[in-house]
Design a protein around this ligand. Structure first.
Ligand SMILES: [Zn+2]
Ligand SMILES: [Zn+2]
Length: 195
């Protein structure tokens, strides 16, 4: 199924995200712009194995990206880099091209100029982000993204057991230290503290 209409995406995003908001509209526009620049007509269907997306913020806009691209964390096709930016990079594995699309800092101010009559900020931005041309909303940069085999959606590797905690580690995410396999947590990247 080729790209859907914008309103169809809005309906899907609202269900997935739990509400409709300016961030969703921006995220949908951003993702549609990205796949269109890459010339991918059917990202969530026929072309679903072509695309890997990187998102750079853990806010509303990010939830809209899988709606358009079909890229999901659980398929290793969605990568999160916590940079605090409304931006995403779309990688076409088939043509080996990638494009980074970033929301312009000026977009909020532009929304104000376009719809001073709408008091509510979120409503104002939702309306404006639907109407503004891509060039006003986004900066676009063609980039190269180095994806290793372990970054690819279908990558498999033997499961190893961490020499320290005994938990299994898949897909070569282990770290070898003094000849022994360690999970990333035991190797020093632990984000939690045992109580
Ligand atoms: Zn939201
Ligand atoms: Zn461990």
């Amino acid at each position: 199924m080729p790209l859907k209409s914008f309103d169809e995406y809005v309906a899907l995003a609202e269900v997935a995200h739990g509400h409709m908001c300016a961030g969703q509209i921006l995220g949908l526009r951003l993702a549609i712009h990205g796949v269109t620049l890459l010339g991918i007509d059917d990202p969530a269907g026929q072309d679903r194995k072509r695309l890997v997306s990187f998102v750079e913020i853990d806010r509303c806009a990010t939830d809209a990206v899988p709606i358009v691209t079909g890229c999901r964390l659980g398929k290793r096709a969605l990568k999160f880099r916590d940079f605090g930016k409304v931006a995403a990079t779309f990688c076409d594995l088939q043509s080996d091209r990638a494009v980074r699309v970033a929301a312009k800092e000026s977009s909020k101010k532009r929304a104000q100029e376009l719809h001073p009559e709408i008091q509510d900020k979120n409503a104002q931005q939702m309306q404006a982000y639907r109407e503004m041309p891509d060039e006003e909303l986004f900066d676009v940069q063609w980039v190269r993204v180095k994806l290793g085999p372990e970054d690819m959606p279908g990558y498999k590797a033997p499961r190893v057991v961490c020499a320290e905690c005994g938990e299994g580690v898949s897909f070569k995410r282990e770290i070898i230290r003094d000849g022994k396999p360690l999970c990333r947590s035991c190797a020093g990247e632990r984000y939690y503290e045992a109580l």
